[in-house]
Write a new protein. Structure first.
Lengths: 249, 323
């Protein structure tokens, strides 16, 4: 059984976000790039499954759509333990475009389980995984918070409002993964970092696909008014303000 | 041309989220000078369907069919897409909740319709069609141009006020048949919490962080929440430690919420936490560190120990209730 983990390259989550070019482009000066947190959790779970001989999972491959500057992030994911990687050499600036490129990767290489993070921390789209499944005509399960595989049979937890369901779908399928899938992201060990240097990253050129959307600009959230402090000895005052001034309780 | 809005039901019932969607859809329809149609899928009683008429939509379609009691993303996508085509919908609106996130991207491909997700305001312009959406996990907003003739929007929860307006829509019932080959999702177990206010639905949320010190100290926080009719939440370290369940974790990788009031008790306010709560209308913080970043996002704050302040807050709310 083969697992594909799709990864995005995103600014570190503590980055102070700024824009340039009349607020049309992200200012990338000094940004640390990381594996999108949900993709990192997907990768961790995929590797846990591969470690379990009873799962039937044999290989974990990475797919990424992005320019060569993303390679350090791909190497980091290889160091964590993925076997190999495929990078589609293109700017990932429209979800449909990205999904269509990933679909080509899947058609060529064939996988049984495809894992996508439920969103990326930069565009917060929650779109690529579902789009990929529809392009391929594969079943998809979204909000996946647990994945168990025994002898190639997958049992999936999916979050629903106020609870969860245990579901199955036939492979190949796309699982769109959220928190809970793995406890903590796996960290690369020194041995992994050494081995990652020689692991293959296959670079493929993009296929021509029409883009459906485009970002025309960004804006920063308006700064909030300064905090009004209330005496710790008199929290009653806070309740009165919330009731009479803010009128929200 | 029309606006189609998918209103999901929960065990045959609609909720505030559905009414927000309908209100939003009818406003979008007005901008486009067209009509709005609500679409319900699955078995819902007539009296419940009737409620959909109160928020400005012009038509209500209730689609029923075999196998639709389980959410199968492929099957549901087919049902919505077929109706969208039949109705020549040019804008399709879903919630940005779990179901919307599962269906909207598939619909986008099926209908070759560009998508704006997590949208929290009416479109900024119609021609070109530009929507405002959350980006960089709450640290920015993106203006996204949707370049296709058909557009899909997923609306962020609690981002749009309910507007009551009856346009006299009647319920039209249709039966749909979905190809069995598309229905591949089998549900073998369901676990649901009952009687609790859902975090994503709540108008008020009381949330605890590491400053609560121990899982044994949650009593007054839960009591405060219950007095305020609020949901309870927590920060990531709290759910990672297992003090509270992970369904309560709010923050970048947990739940993204936008209540009217977010009461943060003993939460320092790391960027990743604020990413999940920054759209709240009011943030109120109690923290013993006056330099905690949470106070930069809060409108009101108390510098003090959670253990000491909480019982006094409980007392004050109780007093308010008896007045």
């Amino acid at each position: 059984m083969k697992i594909l983990v799709c990864i995005s390259n995103v600014p570190d989550t503590t980055t102070k976000i700024k824009f340039v070019d009349d607020n049309k482009k992200l200012d990338i000066t000094g940004i640390q790039w990381i594996i999108n947190p949900w993709d990192e959790l997907s990768l961790t779970r995929a590797l846990e499954l591969k470690d379990d001989p009873a799962s039937g999972v044999r290989t974990v491959t990475l797919a990424h759509v992005g320019p060569a500057t993303a390679e350090p992030t791909i190497r980091k994911a290889l160091a964590i333990g993925a076997d190999d990687a495929i990078r589609v050499n293109a700017e990932p600036d429209d979800a449909y475009y990205v999904a269509a490129q990933l679909a080509e990767v899947v058609r060529t290489e064939k996988f049984d389980i495809i894992l996508c993070g439920i969103e990326s921390s930069d565009h917060n789209g929650s779109t690529v995984g579902g789009m990929l499944a529809e392009i391929l005509d594969y079943p998809s399960v979204s909000a996946v918070s647990g994945l168990n595989v025994t002898n190639g049979q997958a049992l999936i937890n999916r979050e629903i409002d106020g609870g969860r369901e245990v579901v199955t779908v036939p492979a190949p399928f796309v699982a769109i993964v959220q928190k809970g899938i793995a406890k903590e992201p796996r960290i690369a060990a020194m041995r992994g970092i050494m081995m990652a240097r020689t692991k293959p990253i296959k670079v493929v050129e993009p296929t021509a696909v029409e883009k459906l959307t485009g970002v025309v600009g960004y804006e920063l959230p308006k700064p909030r008014a300064a905090c009004k402090f209330i005496d710790a000895e008199n929290p009653k005052m806070l309740i009165e303000i919330l009731q009479n001034e803010a009128k929200i309780i | 041309m029309s606006v189609l809005v998918y209103t999901e039901n929960w065990d045959g019932k609609f909720k505030k989220l559905s009414f927000e969607l309908l209100s939003y859809a009818s406003q979008v329809a007005e901008m486009l000078n067209t009509t709005a149609t609500a679409l319900s899928i699955g078995k819902v009683e007539a009296s419940e369907l009737g409620k959909l008429a109160n928020y400005g939509v012009n038509r209500i379609i209730s689609a029923e069919g075999e196998g639709l009691e389980v959410l199968d993303n492929q099957a549901y996508t087919r049902v919505i897409a077929d109706i969208a085509l039949k109705e020549t919908a040019t804008v399709i609106i879903l919630s940005n909740n779990n179901t919307g996130k599962a269906l909207a991207p598939r619909l986008s491909v099926r209908l070759k319709a560009g998508m704006g997700s997590g949208v929290s305001r009416l479109p900024l312009s119609i021609d070109p069609f530009v929507v405002l959406k959350r980006a960089f996990s709450g640290n920015a907003w993106a203006h996204v141009a949707i370049q296709t003739p058909v557009r899909i929007i997923t609306l962020a929860q609690n981002s749009f006020d309910v507007i009551e307006k009856n346009a006299g829509a009647a319920v039209e019932r249709i039966t749909v048949q979905v190809d069995g080959a598309l229905m591949n999702t089998r549900v073998s177990d369901v676990q649901k919490q009952s009687g609790k206010i859902l975090l994503t639905d709540a108008d008020i949320v009381v949330s605890g962080g590491r400053g609560m010190k121990s899982p044994d100290n949650w009593g007054p926080l839960v009591e405060l929440a219950s007095l305020l009719g609020a949901a309870t939440a927590c920060s990531r370290p709290v759910s990672d430690e297992g003090w509270r369940g992970h369904e309560e974790h709010t923050g970048q990788t947990g739940k993204i919420i936008a209540p009217n009031l977010y009461l943060a008790i003993g939460i320092s306010g790391a960027t990743q936490h604020l990413a999940g709560v920054s759209s709240s209308k009011y943030i109120v913080a109690v923290n013993n560190d006056k330099d905690a970043p949470i106070f930069e996002s809060a409108q009101y704050g108390i510098v003090g120990d959670a253990q000491k302040v909480l019982p006094k807050l409980v007392e004050a709310v109780r007093e308010m209730k008896t007045r």
